[in-house]
Design a protein around this ligand. Sequence first.
Ligand SMILES: [Zn+2]
Length: 408
Amino acid sequence: MKDRQLYQQILGITTPWFVAEVELDLEAEEVHVHLAHQQASWPCAECGKPCPLHDHQNERTWRHLDTCQYRTLLHAELPRTRCEEHGVRVVDIPWAESYGRFTALFERLVIDWLEAASQQAVADRMGLSWDEVHGIMQRAVKRGLKRREAEPIPYIGVDEKSFRKRHRYVTVVSDINRSRVLYVSEDRKQTSLDSFWGTLTEEQLDSIEGVAMDMWEPYIDSTKEHLPEADEKIVFDKFHVAKHLGDAVDKVRRQENKQLREDGDDRLVGTKYDWLKGRDKFNHKRWRAFCRLRRSNLKTSRAWAMREQAMKLWDYCYPGAAENHFRWWYRWATHSRLEPMIDKAKMLKSHLKNILTYLTHPITNALSESLNSKIEWVKYTARGFRNRDNFKTAIYFHCGGLGLLPAT
Ligand SMILES: [Zn+2]
């Protein structure tokens, strides 16, 4: 191919580099572009000082954006400088980051595609292996995390996400205001969260006003150990509490249903979800039937009413009034002779202080619902993930709010 000038332009090759040769391999459907330079002095990659050329590395190859639907590869021998201060160093090149096997433009394209398609789909489309695509993601995340600034983070959420099989977890810390994931770590132990605090600057730690979480001891312990005045800042997630109470209502229903059926009464059969869902999830007819049921003299309807009343705690403006409400409710629940409700009432009592912190810091983990659905998407498209590390990278990539693109 004669038109080296054209390739220089379409590939965006700038001085001191120029296209020395273009080889077209019709059979392999590949274009090989050989780059060269004639410069005797280069800036040191470490300090930028102009330094004499020392030697050249062996030829390296980078995959670039396809040209005319042909896979296009750049080849060059990279110069090395000898800096008085930093010794022998490979120079920086404008088309790729050091040690990449793809040009920056190619990586940009892959990153762009990955925002909308699964890793496997992108790999298939671009003729890359799964590992190559994942390598590009890893570099993008590394780049993005390095660029991240130490901004104030008034409200954070700590949550666990199950990964693959039911009993494997990662801990996810999110920035509630900016709806982005700050940190992901293995498991849901105290150490899983301990490692997060060390990533914050002193100012960031001071900026934290509230931490939404489940009533999960390892997270509570870690927060108390690392966050000053944690007692005022931990806010137990409203929806987790609702779920605990819902589980108790369901337990009461199961037990009662069994007894009723022995007596030939099947009023509770098929009503499981009626007791757990909100008014807006019923159609008119079903709601009327449910109203008749919950007004009847059933243990389940008492448990249900208890759950409804407990959730009113979150509607108060003043902690004192909320505490009064809780005292009344606690007496009712603990005298109900419904074991599952008594258990949960005791649990709520021992955690009450940090349930009521909600009235000062109205945060829940559900505020980051859009984030949750992104994580679910990551999980859904993540069938190829072989380990938690890959899962973590993908969460940072899609949910970290990071600047992922290479600089060039
Ligand atoms: Zn130097």
